[in-house]
Write a protein that binds this ligand. Structure first.
Ligand code: KIV
Ligand code: ZN
Length: 521
């Protein structure tokens, strides 16, 4: 048996489906590129039949990714498999993942079928998917609660039908480690053709056991782990990629397997996913939490100063946390910025140095000292602003104070036109938002407003994340500036540009559908 564990990342499918506001195609592509850099073997990037937007993002990612296999999900239905195959066919290497529930609870209550029907459906789905690719994965949804005899029958039949990977999900995070590894052990002992497929596991974290269950399964012979960055996913989330990768690396002495993950990429991939998904990482989270490498107690600090391995089982550098503190100020030159970005893992050519340097100087003038996290934020924002934006904030001014009514005036670029508005509001942010809403004319409802500091001290950057509802859909926007009213305004402008793009896609699809109808008449 191979000693390599395949890392199947499902941040953009299981992770994304649980977000309060869905990601734009551009944001998904940005995450996919980071996952490719991280070295994931397979990335599951969507469920194409579920919406035209999902189809489009799977196709866009499939076109761009070269070093990881791109995968899409489908139920065990021909129309789902057709949509997945159509979206994926532009990829260099792709996988179709089809799934069907096998537990009695799901078969009887959800599917309202007999297990025999399910067996036949699963086999037909795998055979159908094989028409498009050799790389077909079949998942027995709710395998953790499936009677073992039925599970063995389903796995054997799916392998005979042509599935190369069989996934055993603990869909509701119900099993405990001995129980879950027992299931994997049983499959290896009882399914005669088990050696013809890779056994994969996909665990949810409802009882906080997803990582332990996945590692236990690997010890029993599973060779693929399905996981997400920061463990995001349905309800309590999925197995966290960074945790399993670091467990398999740190305890290779005991477990004896390895992955292709480039560990130094872990920290920044985690930050990117957290930022774009608007899902903060808890400070005490293993591997990527802000406190994961900080020692507080005097006894611990004393120990670490004497010998790091007294209290540190992995180094911060091994997951890409760089401890170097170079002072970056407005006197720093381009080559220092280039060097710093290279140390942070951004090679020359992966960004526009002129653009970053100009933004860096503006920030350094305002802040004095610029830190690594500021630089990454600048880079990050320069990337998400790559496409020309329809709405742009040109100027804002606010007057507010204890007893005066807040008044704002805002000037914005709307396509080729410049528009100015003034408004009063219940505080400076509200006044600015009134202006922006008048200018854009979109009726939106802000359901979440979150302000946090990016950095340390009073001159830290203020990051604002908002979730806004527009015509029943949720949109996420972010803004980053030293002035929190400005970052609030930027976050709303970001949302508004996302809405504008979504409306354009919808309009384009409508026109396309009308044209197709006309052509068939
Ligand atoms: O949790 C689950 O069972 C899933 C399947 C679609 C693999 O996400
Ligand atoms: Zn899942």
């Amino acid at each position: 048996m191979s000693d390599r564990v395949i890392i199947f990342d499902t941040t953009l499918r299981d992770g994304e489906q649980a977000l309060p506001a869905s990601l734009t195609v551009r944001e998904k592509l940005q995450i996919a590129l980071a996952l490719e850099r991280l070295g994931v073997d397979v990335m599951e990037v969507g469920f194409p039949v579920s919406s035209p937007g999902d189809f489009e993002s799977v196709q866009t990612i499939a076109r761009q990714i070269k070093n990881s296999r791109v995968c899409a999900l489908s139920r065990a239905l021909q129309k789902d498999i057709d949509a997945a195959a159509e979206a994926l066919k532009v990829a260099d290497q792709f996988r179709i993942h089809t799934f069907l529930a096998t537990s009695t609870i799901h078969v009887e209550n959800k599917l309202k079928k007999s297990f025999e029907d399910v067996l036949e459906m699963g086999v037909n789905a795998v055979k159908y998917a094989r028409r498009f690719t050799d790389d077909v994965e079949f998942s027995c949804e709710d395998a953790g609660r499936t009677p073992i005899d039925n599970l063995c029958r389903m796995v054997e039949a799916a392998i005979n039908a042509g599935a190369r990977t069989i996934n055993i999900p603990d869909t509701v995070g119900y099993t405990i480690p001995t129980e879950f590894s027992g299931i994997i052990h049983n499959l290896f002992n009882r399914v005669p053709n088990i050696d013809k497929a890779i056994i994969s596991v996909h665990c949810h974290d409802d009882l906080g056991l997803s990582v332990a269950n996945s590692i236990g399964a690997v010890q029993m012979g599973a060779r693929q782990i399905e996981c997400t960055i920061n463990g995001i996913g349905e309800r309590a989330g999925n197995t966290s990629l960074e945790e399993v990768a670091m467990i398999l690396k740190t305890r290779q002495d005991l477990i004896g397997v390895h992955t292709n993950i480039k560990h130094q990429e872990i920290h920044r991939t985690s930050q990117l996913v957290s930022q774009l998904c608007n899902m903060p990482v808890q400070p005490n989270k293993a591997i990527v939490g802000a406190n994961a490498f900080s020692h507080s107690s005097g006894i611990h600090q004393d120990g670490v100063l004497k010998a790091k391995n007294t209290y540190e089982i992995i180094t911060p550098e091994s997951v890409g946390l760089n401890q170097n503190t170079l002072n970056l100020t407005s006197r720093s030159g381009r080559h220092v910025i280039k060097h710093r970005l290279a140390l942070l893992g951004y090679p020359e050519g992966s960004y526009d140095l002129d653009q970053i340097y100009t933004s860096f100087l503006q920030l350094a003038d305002k802040k004095g000292q610029v830190f690594d996290y500021d630089l990454e934020a600048l880079l990050f924002f320069s990337q998400i602003q790559e496409e020309p934006e329809h709405f742009k904030l040109n100027y804002l001014s606010v007057q507010s104070g204890g007893s005066v009514m807040a008044t704002a005036s805002v000037r914005m670029q709307v396509g080729d036109e410049e528009v100015t508005e003034a408004a009063t509001g219940n505080g400076p942010v509200d006044a600015v938002y009134q202006c922006i809403n008048r200018i854009t004319g979109y009726e939106i409802n802000i359901s979440k407003y979150d302000l946090k500091s990016k950095g340390i001290g009073k001159d830290a950057l203020g990051q604002v994340d908002i979730v806004a509802e527009f015509k029943g859909r949720k949109f996420h926007g972010m803004g980053l500036a030293t002035d929190i009213v400005e970052s609030s305004a930027q976050a709303l402008v970001h949302v508004i540009n996302n809405i504008y793009r979504a409306l354009q896609v919808a309009e384009h699809k409508e026109r396309f559908a009308q044209k197709t109808v006309m052509e068939t008449l």
